[in-house]
Design a protein. Structure first.
Length: 335
């Protein structure tokens, strides 16, 4: 099911009203009316797009979707907003967003992946929303992420990078009114790349009671999905590891966050066909390959960054992952 908050349609109504136009034209080709939008729950993405397109035609404003997207604020996310705001740090708030999108929004995928200089927040749409709807979703998602981070830091977010998968729109000059960091188009995915130096700042909005309740709720949802045969613990653990900087958290830390013993978490991962060690090794392999191809660091230095006590252990581990030595991998990748 591809539904969207009715708040966005209400924003369109407000935009048309400000122009003194007849709002009845907004509902042509839909089953909606003002009362349904004002008093009802979520509406389908298709009907929202019809309302948005009708609004663009009525106002003569092709950038209306962008103007609506700029109004994206955390309340749009419902209960997720309180969990994000109550998180100890921005990184943990974004991890909360990733978890809840995965659990609650079947047509959107948010992935966090940490690199040396940045945390990449990738946004993918798993259903065919159509060009207008996907562009609107991407613009509003990026605006929402910007708003969240600026709320926590109290500063404009000017040193991020905003990525959009669609071509540069005709109204691109309006982007600078909304987005405070550089933006680029025609990338593989939509998303935001955030500098690491802001991610682990302590949030002034942190609320221990709300955060603990959120973690308990997440743990219960993962348990329920696991019981239904889904790979909930595998997906959650892999996502958590990918979003961390080095050194990666250990089994005890991840288990404690889920209010589980180490033994229970590993047992549930084994029931899903994997283990914490395997998941951690996959992420370490990605980090190792990144270092080997993107830096000139020595093999010894890379092994130390990944948490290996000596280079020999790192070399053995890398050979088990890739079937070759770190030096051979680097030579092949750079030749």
């Amino acid at each position: 099911m591809t539904d969207i908050s009715p708040a966005y349609a209400r924003f369109v109504i407000q935009a048309v009203n400000r122009e003194g136009l007849d709002e009845e034209g907004l509902f042509v080709g839909t089953s909606l009316d003002r009362e349904r939008i004002e008093t009802g729950g979520n509406i389908s993405v298709g009907e929202f797009v019809a309302v948005l397109n009708n609004g663009r035609e009525l106002t003569g404003n092709d950038a209306l979707g962008l103007e609506i997207a700029r109004r994206a604020r955390l309340p749009i996310l419902g209960a997720v907003s309180s969990a994000m705001t109550a998180a100890p740090t921005i990184r943990e708030g974004l991890q909360t967003l990733e978890n809840y999108v995965r659990l609650l929004v079947p047509y959107v995928e948010v992935d966090l992946e940490s690199w040396r200089g940045a945390l990449a927040v990738r946004i993918r749409f798993l259903a065919d929303l159509g060009e207008v709807a996907e562009q609107f979703h991407a613009e509003s998602s990026v605006a929402l992420l910007q708003y969240y981070i600026e709320l926590i830091t109290g500063e404009p977010l000017s040193d991020a990078r905003y990525l959009f998968a669609f071509p540069k729109p005709d109204y691109v000059d309006r982007y600078e009114e909304i987005y405070h960091s550089p933006f680029e188009f025609q990338h593989r995915d939509h998303g935001v790349e955030l500098p690491h130096d802001i991610l682990d700042r302590r949030s002034a909005f942190f609320d221990a009671e709300t955060w603990s309740a959120n973690q308990l709720q997440l743990a219960e949802q993962l348990r329920r999905l696991h019981a239904l045969g889904q790979q909930s613990y595998t997906t959650h653990t892999a996502g958590l590891l990918r979003s961390h900087v080095l050194p990666l958290p250990d089994l005890a830390t991840v288990a404690a966050n889920l209010h589980l013993s180490e033994r229970t978490l590993n047992r549930r991962l084994q029931e899903e066909g994997t283990s914490f060690r395997q998941l951690r090794s996959q992420v370490l392999k990605t980090w190792a390959e990144h270092y080997l191809l993107q830096t000139e660091d020595s093999v010894e230095a890379i092994g130390a960054s990944l948490g290996y006590r000596d280079a020999a252990n790192f070399r053995r581990a890398f050979r088990s992952w890739s079937g070759c030595s770190p030096g051979e991998f680097r030579h092949r990748g750079l030749s």
